[in-house]
Design a protein around this ligand. Sequence first.
Ligand SMILES: *Cc1c(COP(=O)(O)O)cnc(C)c1O
Ligand code: SF4
Length: 454
Amino acid sequence: MKNKKDERIKRESIVSSGNSGDGGDKEEPPSIPTLIKEKIYPWQKLPSYENIPPDLFFDWRWQLKNMIRTPHQLFEVLPYLTPEERENIKMVSKRYPLLISPYYLSLINPEDPEDPIKKQAIPLIDELLDYKGIKDPLEEEGDEAVPGLIHRYPDRVLLITTNFCTTYCRHCTRKRLLGKGGTVRIYQEFERVLNYLKEHPEINEVILSGGDPLTLPLPKLKFILDGLKTIPSIHVVRIGSRVPVTLPMRLFDEELLNLLSQYDFLWLNTHFNHPNEITEYSKKAIFNLCKCGIPVNNQTVLLKGINDDVETMRELFKGLLKIKVRPYYLFHCDPTKGVSHFRTSVYKGIEIIEGLRGHISGLAIPTYVVDAPHGGGKVPVMPNYIISMSEDKIVLRNYEGMIFSYTWNDKKYKEFKGQKNEGIYSLLNGDLDYLIPEKTKRMERRKKYEIKDS
Ligand SMILES: *Cc1c(COP(=O)(O)O)cnc(C)c1O
Ligand code: SF4
């Protein structure tokens, strides 16, 4: 009898959600369980996860328990890997550990040999054939003030809280640490960090990095955040985490969200590299962070064969805006040992920024930076927009190729005697105000009203 009532509730919910169609009462609606069964979730296409229902797949504990940690586990989930790929994976994972969440793995399209998720998560033999790479290219160890704490810039420090992540990226700049040492031992050594911060009140920001701080057990994370809260000179705590990309369901957990919403100094920087990583689940994770009052920014790494073209980057950055993530940095890939096969040239990065600035929303455009050797820090690199300058004028160009002079005082340029000049110099000496490319879309639109000569 109970069943009948259930049946009625289900029917009503179908009707009220507007799916009754026009058949009226005669046509029986399908029951909810049938509807669900007919839907195949993306992960269920993988033989190993065929029978995993959504409530399990979206349980972060299930994900952690079922992490792929060994080549053997990986071969079970991805039976289509070739014998050569398998051999290589076995060899590489002995040197650089393997770790992939079932969720992130399920984003791989097995039909795409160039799949961008596969390239980021599955080892290639190239990692062992890198003879030029440097273990610690940013010389972080040289700037280590107390264990795990890197003090490079005047007002902010970076703390390596763990060497565990929710997927090990093959391109990680801290490949030397993954699954190994180099972190602060929170309960034993965090006091030294706090003392250092007290002695340096000029430090206003702590970046919690790793590894991924959101993999820490909640009591440890709370211990760190509570500790930082006691230091009045710390205004901002920035968490660096790839959890929204590789294990978004971790951020569906009320207990974690409750903890995070207790601190008003939190920001989070995440790491999306490809539009395929933007899913309804990563979107939900980001929205949950927003609800906790945490602004989310993104750091993308420019990776050869993954995102090194304008089209992919436009789609990625526009997609991030849609889920309320602000693109912050585009990093040139560091010369880390084992990562060199992902590196492209700096001209690629400049070309990409040229293809973005002016073409898409400024909110969607990150700063392209090169992390300088010897701990020199991040240096922005851009296409040139300054064409020339003189004492009271600068000649600039915009994304369309329009070239104009810009002055910061009202002084009319001295009367120019002699021959009329041409070219860029004519902008500096005041003969001309602008040079303009013909036949741009904007110029077509402007035909109705001519450019006013000043
Ligand atoms: C990147 C980085 C920072 C933060 O730099 P921002 O430009 O503020 O994002 C701080 N410390 C270290 C060691 C870094 O590598
Ligand atoms: S999530 Fe970050 S720290 Fe972890 S492997 Fe990826 S890039 Fe490295």
